[in-house]
Design a protein around this ligand. Structure first.
Ligand code: PLP
Length: 409
């Protein structure tokens, strides 16, 4: 039965999603059409770390709309974009002080930002006289978005074949298999223009292994561009502002999106470093990637607001406190007979759960937990917690009780 006029997007081919609409959100709580009011342990989709309904964003956006309701970022810049880009370069520069980040490409989504990354990698290779270096390496099980380029780069199986997504220009290796990456670089290195990785795989909250980071560091040292897709991990989600600031080398570009506007407006940013820009700038080559609604004054005002409030996320009372609360919750839940293990870091965690036969079972469990008062995110074989930095201690302390009750049922 088709009940809704909205073509509700799904991220996997499963259909057993809940049909209960969310009707309002305040702080870290979401109210649903069936009357359930639940603690949101997913901060929207990782992207509302300051909590819902923050007046600072409302007024910053309103002020920008009043001053310039729209200005394009096409062929020329505007002062709001200049200010947002300068602020982003400053904060990324502080996080990665040994690298040189010079410019910011504003887009409307993480997917289109990753498309732009693939374009920059291929354009650089072509300018270096190597147009045959077209292959971009990603990780199996990764997620970079569902625009055609990002869909190809995403290592998870998400209907790429069904939609005719061309994966001939990408290769994937497992996040914990450094030998596979090494052997791919040996075998096909002459065709590879860059590597794009999530520091923590969003699907399953799986951090990159130390071995893989060592191979990436070596490849980077030998001249291979490496890009950190920090759409989910940026803004302190794993502890520091950027998860890649813990890497043994600096990435050549950083992709940011979730948290840029606290979910209020569509925004993503590719913060591009010297190595990716050198040939493009030297040739004064146009980068052909523009989006009508990217980097509008209102978007840029929201980005600036988010950066102004950053100490709220990074300070002791923000994500570090939430991370400690999650340590306790995960450790309490680890004794439950159905919990097989956990992974993740900071405020980005997953629980692996026994007895789930597939995606439909996971979604049924997620729905049961919602009815009991908590919103969690589905993982491949369990559930994920991605709470806002303003989640209250008592809501974090409640996690083991709610999740255990659902697992017992
Ligand atoms: C790491 C990562 N990259 C890219 C994306 C895609 O972002 P968007 O949904 O804005 O296209 C996501 C979204 O979840 C993500 O987690």
């Amino acid at each position: 039965m088709i009940a809704s006029p909205v073509l509700v997007p799904l991220i996997s081919p499963t259909r057993a999603d809940t049909t209960v609409a969310a009707v309002s959100a305040r702080g870290t709580h979401v109210r649903f059409a069936d009357g359930v009011e639940a603690t949101d342990l997913t901060s929207g989709l990782w992207n509302v770390p300051f909590g819902y309904g923050r007046p600072e964003f409302t007024s910053a956006i309103a002020a920008a709309l009043a001053e310039a309701s729209y200005l394009p970022l096409l062929r020329r810049s505007h002062p709001w974009a200049e200010r947002a880009a300068t602020a982003l370069l400053a904060v990324v520069g502080d996080a990665l002080p040994h690298a040189c980040f010079r410019r910011v490409l504003l887009t409307t989504s993480g997917g289109s930002a990753n498309d732009a990354v693939m374009k920059l990698l291929r354009q650089r290779a072509a300018l270096l006289g190597r147009p045959d270096r077209r292959v971009v390496v990603g990780l199996s099980g990764s997620y970079h978005g569902l625009t055609y380029g990002a869909h190809a780069l995403s290592g998870d199986e998400l209907g790429q074949h069904l939609y005719g997504v061309d994966r001939s220009g990408v290769r994937h290796v497992a996040h914990d298999d450094p030998e596979a990456l090494e052997s791919l670089l040996r075998r096909e290195g002459r065709r590879i223009c860059g590597i794009v990785v999530e520091p923590v795989l969003g699907s399953g909250a799986l951090p990159l292994s130390a071995g893989l980071l060592a191979v990436l560091a070596r490849a980077s040292q030998e001249g291979m561009p490496v890009v950190a897709d920090e759409v989910a991990t940026g803004f302190g989600r794993t502890g520091p502002f950027l998860a890649s600031s813990r890497w043994p080398f600096a990435p050549d570009a950083v992709v940011l999106s979730k948290a840029l506007t606290n979910g209020a407006l569509a925004a993503a940013a590719v913060v591009v470093g010297e190595r990716l820009l050198a040939e493009i700038d030297a040739a004064d080559a146009p980068v052909i990637h523009a989006e009508t609604q990217a980097g509008t004054p209102a978007v840029c005002a929201a980005v600036l607001q988010s950066l102004a409030l950053l100490p709220e996320l990074l300070g002791a009372e923000g994500f570090p406190r939430v991370s400690t609360g999650l340590d306790c919750a995960v450790s309490a839940l680890s004794t439950h007979p159905r919990v097989r293990g956990h992974s993740g870091v900071g405020s980005f965690r997953a629980l692996r759960i026994e007895g789930l036969a597939g995606a439909d079972d996971v979604l049924r469990l997620v729905e049961d937990i919602r009815r009991r008062g908590a919103v969690v995110h589905p993982a491949p074989d369990g559930i994920q917690f991605l709470p806002a930095a303003v989640t209250r201690d008592r809501d974090l302390a409640n996690i083991p009780r709610v999740i255990s009750a659902a697992l017992d049922a």
